[in-house]
Design a protein around this ligand. Structure first.
Ligand SMILES: Cc1cc2nc3c(=O)[nH]c(=O)nc-3n(C[C@H](O)[C@H](O)[C@H](O)COP(=O)(O)OP(=O)(O)OC[C@H]3O[C@@H](n4cnc5c(N)ncnc54)[C@H](O)[C@@H]3O)c2cc1C
Length: 387
């Protein structure tokens, strides 16, 4: 029976199936791949074959016809098994959603099937070295030249460029250069002439890497532009709310993974007469994490439900709050999991310390905790803008 405040039976079954699939791979496999500089392509293609990767994309383009709530569930369950896939956030959820909503029929047919089956992964590039959080200041510029576009700019911290066939690049048109940002979205093939990506050494234990991207006079056909040239921020936000919901799910999944490990260890490890979990100093922080994670999951599910019901404004506020709560819950859960493991908490064998950086990234990306607090202060509380 489905009661209010719980997901449908179908969604719960989806979670079970994804957990089972990811469990076949597991954390050890994932970290080994990361440390060997290898990729998680087998898992990526398997979730594609099973229909989970494009579950949010309409069926006529190879997807499952579901919503953001479904793809968020997939993302969370993968992470909860220790196999967090950041490109889930980017390829199906951001790029897939924007193309589904604003692409032409021909563009949908060209790009969505590959996003769904995992053979045509698409990265997403908005962040720039100088603009940073202030995306209104991006300077990547598109100039018209006859029937073509010519793109120039720099991007930073772009995930998975080496695994992607294309990158959805946020630029501005030359005419709009001095005015308010009118973002335009271009699909740029990663093998285009003038496109170069250099990996940034990060401290995250993950097979998925981040890149600095150099775009120098990259020539694109007219139909590389997705959506209306004057479509504005609305087109971009169609992808950014799903991004926040996915980021929240990525965090709650990692948090669950950390907490499961910590609870299991606390039940087994004995140093005085009983297992360490019998000491409230060990048990209470874990109980606290359980509560924080469940609250963040509930808010994430609310955000997804609002988004899938077409309430973009309501989803915006909820997605920001979910992403904030999930990142905080995950950072604390990882820290408590390390502490519960004692010295083992910082060995590679137990793999807990690596979670500290992975979860910490959730406080910074895709939108920092400070910018969420700014959003809530302004939009939810009506306080003045501070920047
Ligand atoms: C692992 C990882 C993966 C990423 N993947 C992608 C990707 O695939 N595509 C992509 O486009 N980007 C990606 N990013 C970039 C990410 O979105 C940015 O790092 C993030 O938006 C913050 O920008 P910044 O790093 O330039 O920080 P800055 O903008 O320099 O901010 C630094 C600090 O100042 C604070 N700050 C700035 N302005 C204000 C203000 N007005 N009020 C209060 N505090 C403020 C920020 O909150 C932050 O704490 C990724 C980042 C990471 C870490």
């Amino acid at each position: 029976m489905t009661v209010a405040f719980s997901e449908t039976e179908e969604r719960q079954e989806l979670r079970k199936q994804v957990a089972k699939l990811a469990g076949k791979y597991g954390r050890e496999w994932f970290t080994q791949k990361a440390r060997a500089g290898e990729k998680t392509t087998e898992l990526w293609l398997e979730i594609g074959r099973c229909g989970y990767l494009g579950i949010n994309i309409p069926e006529q383009y190879g997807g499952g016809g579901g919503g953001i709530g479904d793809i968020a569930a997939v993302c969370e369950e993968l992470a909860a098994q220790g196999c967090p896939l950041l490109l889930m956030v980017v390829s199906p959820a951001i790029c897939g959603t924007i193309i589904t909503r604003y692409g032409t029929e021909e563009q949908k047919q060209r790009w969505l099937p590959g996003i769904c089956d995992g053979t045509g992964t698409m990265a997403f590039a908005i962040t720039e070295p100088d603009a940073g959080t202030n995306t209104h200041n991006i300077t990547t510029t598109a100039r018209r030249d006859g029937d073509e576009w010519v793109l120039n700019g720099r991007k930073i911290y772009i995930s998975g460029v080496d695994e992607a066939d294309n990158v959805l690049v946020v630029a501005r048109t030359e005419d709009a250069r001095t005015g308010k940002l009118k973002p335009c979205l271009f699909v740029v093939p990663t093998d285009a002439e003038g496109f170069e990506a250099r990996s940034i050494p990060m401290e995250i234990v993950s097979p998925e890497l981040q890149f600095q991207v150099f775009i120098d006079d990259v020539r694109l056909p007219a139909d590389a532009l997705v959506g209306d040239e004057d479509g504005g921020l609305v087109q971009l936000f169609a992808g950014l709310n799903p991004e926040r919901i996915m980021a929240a799910s990525f965090s709650t999944g990692l948090a669950r993974f950390a907490l499961d490990k910590a609870a299991a260890y606390a039940k087994e490890r004995v140093v005085f007469k009983d297992a360490i979990g019998s000491h409230q100093a060990v048990a209470h922080p874990l109980a606290q994490s359980h509560i924080e994670i469940e609250m963040a999951r509930l808010m994430t599910q609310k955000a997804a439900a609002l988004y899938d019901a077409g309430d973009d404004m309501g989803a915006g506020e909820a997605a920001n709050m979910a992403k904030y709560a999930a990142a905080e819950a995950a950072c604390d859960a990882a820290d408590r999991a390390v502490q519960t493991h004692g010295g083992n908490g910082i060995t590679q064998e137990y793999g807990m310390a690596g979670l500290l950086v992975a979860t910490r990234a959730g406080r910074i990306a895709p939108v920092s905790r400070e910018m969420i607090l700014n959003f809530v202060a302004m939009h939810s509380l009506g306080l003045p803008k501070s920047y």
